[in-house]
Design a protein around this ligand. Structure first.
Ligand SMILES: NC(=O)C1=CN([C@@H]2O[C@H](COP(=O)(O)OP(=O)(O)OC[C@H]3O[C@@H](n4cnc5c(N)ncnc54)[C@H](OP(=O)(O)O)[C@@H]3O)[C@@H](O)[C@H]2O)C=CC1
Ligand SMILES: O=C(CO)COP(=O)(O)O
Ligand SMILES: [Zn+2]
Length: 352
């Protein structure tokens, strides 16, 4: 049997006003006063949480260096990694959305530093995953970076994030319905490794947000906590699987295709959720209507005009999605969808 090494986060702190625990968490991980800590953060997220984290670290005797999170590309991530290595940074903190966390993860992994994930929004399940989704390689891809040593999720900060980001997190998790179906399909048809435990764990996060969608969409701290825990749990499923397979299938390929054709128009989780309706329909899974209705109810876009992407672009994305990661077999098969099939699909699901 092949060796399968699973690395999980050591410390997970979830709750109100926990940013003030950052220095303590780093000490618990072996950090010492005087150590240099890198903080990868965006402009808004620095104001929302980065500044407080930096002040807490300085008060705890750590030295701090802030890196501005640019686009989530290999080029930007490599530059941060070079500085992290050159300046002997001990810990790299990703303070922000998925972009800041992915850049921090990649830089820490490359430079051999430890990484701590400090999400400011519940918009994606990369919070606990060991992978960084970066552009700028041949195709959009998940690069193994490093498992975050710790997660500090302040539910006060996160529940004040824009509603769109909260709904996007629900969307990213709904995607596990089709991601797990695709994984099983690839196992049966292509003999790909499949781990039932990781699959069930990912699936549970999708079922969980479906069940608690009203509470989550209320934006209350209680609802956001449920979402954050499910996002962390889906990330742990990726740690266990050793790939993003349990969390990323045809619905993610569709989202990656949209990132190429219409970059910056919609959030990752919004695109994934739309893809989930489409791929569930392709599977003949009647839950496509349930997922669509819940999305409509909470305010996730279910139509081309709502997501702000022309329907022709959505159809094009459906026809090229299978080429994004050909080694990852999904319901889209090896040849993908024809234009005719893609048009039929968007019409029958009400996307067009
Ligand atoms: N590695 C993995 O396993 C996974 C990775 N991903 C990746 O994550 C990314 C998507 O993450 P997402 O968070 O949607 O995108 P971003 O990180 O780009 O965040 C979207 C916007 O939200 C802002 N923001 C975040 N938190 C707050 C807040 N509390 N208040 C105000 N504004 C806020 C950000 O500000 P600012 O400009 O300051 O950053 C940014 O402008 C994609 O690149 C995707 O590929 C997604 C799932 C899994
Ligand atoms: O977004 C992800 C899981 O939600 C990661 O997916 P990818 O492996 O497709 O980049
Ligand atoms: Zn995702």
């Amino acid at each position: 049997m092949s060796i399968h090494e699973i690395k999980l986060p050591f410390i997970v702190v979830v709750g109100s006003r926990v940013l003030g625990k950052t220095a303590g968490v780093l000490e618990a991980l072996g950090g010492r006063p005087g150590d240099l800590v890198g903080i990868v953060t965006g402009r808004s997220t620095f104001e929302v949480a980065g500044r407080e984290v930096a002040e807490n670290l300085k008060a705890g005797g750590f030295r701090v260096r802030v890196f501005e999170a640019g686009e989530a590309s290999v080029g930007v991530a490599e530059k941060i990694a070079e500085q992290v290595r050159g300046e002997n940074v001990s810990f790299v903190l990703g303070v922000g959305g998925g972009r800041s966390i992915d850049l921090a993860k990649f830089a820490a992994g490359k430079a051999g530093a430890r990484m701590v994930s400090v999400p400011t929004a519940p918009s994606h399940d990369g919070i606990a995953s060991p992978f960084a989704s970066l552009k700028g390689l041949e195709r959009p891809t998940s690069v193994y970076a490093t498992t975050p040593s710790a997660i500090i999720a302040d539910t006060g900060v996160i529940s004040r994030s824009p509603r769109r980001l909260i709904l996007a997190g629900v969307g990213d998790l709904l995607g596990k319905f089709t991601a797990v179906k695709d994984w099983r399909l690839a196992h049966r048809l292509k003999g790909e490794y499949y781990g039932e435990y990781a699959a069930q764990l990912a699936l549970m996060s999708a079922k969980h947000v479906l069940r608690y969608h009203e509470l989550i969409a209320s934006g209350s701290e209680e609802g956001v906590r449920i979402l954050v825990e499910a996002l962390i749990s889906s990330g742990v499923a990726m740690c266990i699987a050793g790939s993003s397979r349990p969390a990323s299938g045809s619905e993610h390929l569709f989202s990656h295709a949209l990132d190429i054709l219409a970059p910056g128009r919609a959030l990752h989780g919004e695109q994934v959720a739309l893809g989930t309706i489409l791929m569930l329909y392709l599977y003949g899974d009647r839950r496509w209507r349930l997922v669509r209705d819940v999305m409509r109810k909470i305010g996730l876009p279910t139509r081309a005009d709502e997501i702000g992407i022309p329907v022709e672009t959505i159809v094009k994305a459906l026809t090229i999605a299978h080429k994004i990661r050909p080694e990852r077999y999904t319901i889209l098969g090896e040849n993908g969808l024809t234009w005719e099939a893609a048009w039929r699909l968007v019409k029958e699901t009400g996307v067009a």
